[in-house]
Design a binder for this molecule. Sequence first.
Ligand code: FES
Length: 344
Amino acid sequence: MSFQVALNFEDGVTRFVECRPGETVAEASYKARINIPLDCRDGACGTCKSRCDAGRYDGGDYIDEALTDDEAADGYCLPCQMTPLSDLVLRIPSSSAAAKTAAVTHHATVAEIVRHSPGTIEFTLDVDDRDALDFLPGQYVNVDVPGAGVTRSYSFSSGPARRQVSFLVRTVPGGAMSGYLTEHARAGDRLTFTGPLGSFYLRELTRPALLLAGGTGLAPLLAMLDTMTGAPPAPPVRLIYGVTTDRDLVHLDTLEHYAQALPSFTFDHCVADAASTARNKGYVTGLMDAGTLHGGDTDVYLCGPPPMVEAVRTHIAALGVTPAGFHYEKFTPAAAVRETVGAA
Ligand code: FES
């Protein structure tokens, strides 16, 4: 039985390779023409040392100079020696260019365009070669905006197991993608996109998780929830979703669906507008205390505009709690690029 290994490079580019039984990750990468950092290939130098974010493996033979016991216990590994015992996600210590690889461009057809609210549109694509597209829940792609000669970055709002892929867009006046989606887009249109990209992806659920969404920052968290559905029982997962006005609230029914499907999942939402009819008015930080953060024994996944990300970081620091994992993605509505940070 082969296993799939996701190689996440420092620039966010992610390539997937198939690893056969007994094959090392380095051998599988070499066959896929991906030059991950290697020197001795013998577990002696440590050049290939990487970080495993998810999955089980046999670490193989190596000496302490290449990988100490503490490093191994902390999730570090040697791709030249390791053989997967499950699908893996590895953080490779080089850029994709240094590894002589790059993100893949995919071609697709627009299947559906749904306006969820006055300022939020979701579009769904049929990818020409769906089997050639792998991604981790939480990652994004760069979409070529038809007729505009520019790209815009959008996170998948659908999980990797679905055949169709979806993206959630906040429309803004004068925005390239906004103009296309609101005035021109039709089912059957052709689109290209490049990816997957980003280090903001779901890690193994080994402790409680807190998901924080600002506006269409909900999209990558929906992809994560989609992936959790059908998985073995998980630690508690709490989502707090904040928007500016009532008109910005979308996918509450989807969140309710996940709350029914996932016994460990709960969510709440808040609206900043004082005129809102929502039970909670204000920002997501108003719904976060030390208990929400399990005293630090939690992985935080945060996706929203830059001011929200900074407000959450400041709030958590003020609570005197240091989460075990803190992963965030900042975006602006017309973002050409996203800033993603994945921390252990
Ligand atoms: Fe030397 Fe892997 S290449 S330890």
